[in-house]
Design a protein around this ligand. Structure first.
Ligand code: GUN
Length: 287
């Protein structure tokens, strides 16, 4: 029997409904939640992601400030823009869309953002808080995946989870979030030997490779009734695909996410949630 679809659009909408109410509540306290986005250069995928983030903000009543910067901007110029947003009391969240052009340093850029406005959870401060179970602002894709487990009441305690990603945006934050829920977590990556063996032993697989020429998660690689969360999205043979073929994997999995319409909408919804968290944080510290 085929498994259950974890529908990112439906779950994201439930998050957005909650955010919408929270925005109204904040407005009664004279707080107008505002997200500033920074997009450097002309990467068409990044431009689409940022545009979708703006549309979603508008849907729930979050104000946006859009900064589109030339691809040849210097680190010093970018730092100055971030510094100005850090001290702008009307801005609650700052998002620098990644990846950045080569001349810019990703770490220098993201760690320049005030931790209180770090809606991507990428500053060393917020990444450290997450590792210590004290985080308020957590990276959006990982918290979106956790929201999906919550929605379907999937108990993570004692489950063997295999992560196929070790990035600061996805794999590392997920590792900590899953550990907090008492899962046993194994992180696989490009140098891992015998990924198939790890996958076959997993109750839950969360995969985020994003290159079908390098990796495909096939039904033969999972055990019966496993849960598959496909975080990847890339273009392959003229189609948008994840690391697995949903139609095939769902025949063997107990739950799986489609691509598109799975984790993607969750990332945007959690960004909205982080923005209102940041707006409440700013009111708590009297700004
Ligand atoms: N690029 C791909 N995913 C993300 C994300 O979640 N945040 C940012 N800032 N850039 C990204």
């Amino acid at each position: 029997m085929a498994g259950v679809k974890i529908d990112g659009k439906v779950i994201a909408q439930s998050v957005k409904d909650r955010v919408k109410k929270a925005v109204l509540e904040l407005k009664t306290q004279d707080i107008n939640p505002c997200l500033a986005t920074i997009l450097v250069g002309e990467n068409p995928a990044s431009a689409t992601y940022v545009k979708n983030k703006h549309i979603a903000c508008e849907e729930v009543g979050i104000i946006t400030k859009d900064h589109k910067l030339a691809s040849n901007i210097t680190q010093m110029e970018l730092n100055k823009i971030i510094d100005n947003l850090n001290t702008d009391n009307s801005v609650h969240g700052i998002l620098v869309q990644l990846p950045l052009p080569e001349q810019l340093d990703e770490f220098a850029t993201t760690s320049r953002i005030s931790p209180l406005k770090d809606v991507d959870g990428l500053t060393p401060h917020n990444a450290g808080l997450l590792a210590m179970k004290k985080a308020a602002l957590v990276a959006c894709t990982p918290s979106g995946v956790m929201e999906m487990f919550d929605f379907h009441k999937i108990d993570l305690e004692g489950k063997n989870v295999v992560l196929i990603n070790r990035s600061n945006l996805v794999g590392k934050p997920l590792y900590h979030l899953l550990l907090e829920k008492n899962a046993t977590v194994i992180t696989c990556h490009s140098k891992t030997k015998n990924i198939t063996e790890f996958c076959k032993s997993a109750d839950i697989i969360i995969t985020a490779v994003g290159d079908r020429n390098k990796f495909t998660l096939t039904p033969e690689m999972i055990k019966d009734g496993a849960i598959v969360i496909d975080v990847a999205i890339s273009r392959f043979q003229e189609k948008l695909v994840g690391d697995s073929d949903y139609d095939k994997i769902i025949q063997k999995a107990s739950f799986a996410t489609p691509v598109p319409g799975g984790v993607g909408p969750m990332t945007v919804a959690m960004l909205l949630k982080n923005t209102i968290t940041a707006a409440s944080l700013s009111s708590q510290i009297g700004r």
